[in-house]
Design a binder for this molecule. Structure first.
Ligand code: IPM
Ligand code: MG
Length: 358
């Protein structure tokens, strides 16, 4: 029996509720498939600021580094908006990504058949289906570039810098092309090479890496056009590879065209080591503690963890299958409610999926 050490970070708002459901499902998987999952709970985000005095306590980082992977609920709370930049709860995410070298963010966006009726796109477009993997660079670019404020001749000003090294682009390109091979072998590179020098270098490196993948079809889009095509013709896309900031924005679009942000999982990974798995939704303080949040993004994040960090694809598929099965029934959390369906809470949705896992 293999043992896997999983650091869990419930975090803020709806984080603890959705994570609890994901953990119950992992426990069932461990029994059914005979693995040992050991969970070690640590804190980050707003709760960590309140209890320990910093968004990413040293102990949390240490436990995360010593684990086989990390499962996170959500971090963030607007009550800390007035705090200085390095004390904001969201800082925990950036620091974790950086400290663990998690340079690739994978965000699979699937429009599940039963959710087509709540898809905001035109029915004939939704009918063609959506199954996209966004591969977003996660530890570079403008999120981590030089920034500051200064007086200028034109008045007070602030700046942020987009900078990519060829090596940073190369490794994310390799991740994207490798993943494409396990899918439909198509990669769309999204940049702004008509305007930005950093994007021109980005594109050159993508083209270079593409030489090693003659079997993968590559195309390029400027980011504004990619936004348009995601709405107009989303079935065009298979794998999208893009920068940190463009990836953040495109993930926002796909979270809506697939029905609800409550459905989308994500993974922060690198070449092998520890990964961080988290729903792409935030802490949603307005519905926290009310048994209303959709736990599916957290549950699917747990499935991604099994697949990408532990190589347990059969177990991951079992969870994904259970989610699909429950979605084809009429039980829905509020965010994915449709006419003929009925509302269930976080716990009930978790329970139904738990029952369906086999
Ligand atoms: C996300 C979030 C974060 C990001 C913020 C909170 C740092 O929006 O995980 O996408 O932009 O990376
Ligand atoms: Mg985001």
């Amino acid at each position: 029996m293999t043992e896997y050490k999983i650091a869990t970070i419930p975090g803020d708002g709806i984080g603890p509720e959705v994570l609890a459901e994901a953990i119950k499902i992992l426990e069932k998987v461990s029994k059914l498939y005979r693995h040992k999952f050991t969970f070690i709970e640590v804190q980050a985000g707003s709760v960590a600021i309140d209890e320990i005095g910093e968004p990413l306590p040293k102990e949390t980082l240490k436990v995360c580094k010593d684990s086989d992977s990390i499962l996170l609920g959500a971090v963030g709370d607007c009550k800390q908006d007035a705090l200085s930049d390095h004390m904001k709860p969201k800082r925990a995410l950036l620091e974790l990504r950086r400290a663990l070298g998690l340079y690739a963010n994978l965000c699979p966006a699937i429009l599940h058949e039963p959710l087509k009726e709540i898809c905001p796109l035109r029915p004939d477009i939704a009918a063609l289906g959506i199954n996209i993997m966004i591969v977003r660079e996660l530890t570079g670019g403008i999120y981590f570039g030089d920034y500051g404020r200064k007086d200028t001749e034109l008045g007070f000003a602030a700046w942020d810098t987009e900078l990519y090294t060829t090596e940073e682009v190369r490794r994310i390109a390799i991740t994207a092309f490798d993943i494409a091979r396990s899918r439909k072998s198509r990669v769309t590179n999204v940049d702004k090479a008509n305007i930005l020098e950093s994007s021109r270098l980005w594109r050159e490196v993508i083209l270079e890496v593409a030489n090693d993948y003659p079997d993968v079809k590559l195309d390029h889009m400027y980011v504004d056009n990619a936004c348009m095509q995601l709405i107009k013709n989303p079935s065009h896309f298979d794998v999208i590879v893009t920068t940190n900031m463009f990836g953040d924005i495109l993930s926002g679009i796909v979270s809506q065209i697939t029905g609800s942000i409550g459905m989308l999982p994500s993974a922060g990974i690198n070449n092998g080591g520890v990964g961080i798995y988290e729903p792409i939704h935030g802490s949603a303080p307005d519905i926290a503690g009310q048994n209303k949040a959709n736990p599916i993004a957290a549950i699917l994040s747990a499935a991604m963890m099994l697949r990408y960090s532990f190589g347990l694809s059969q177990e991951a598929s079992a969870i994904e299958k259970a989610v699909a099965e429950v979605l084809s029934s009429d039980a829905r959390t509020e965010d994915i409610l449709s006419e003929k369906a009925y509302v269930v809470g976080t716990k009930e949705m978790g329970r139904l999926i738990w029952e369906a896992v086999e």
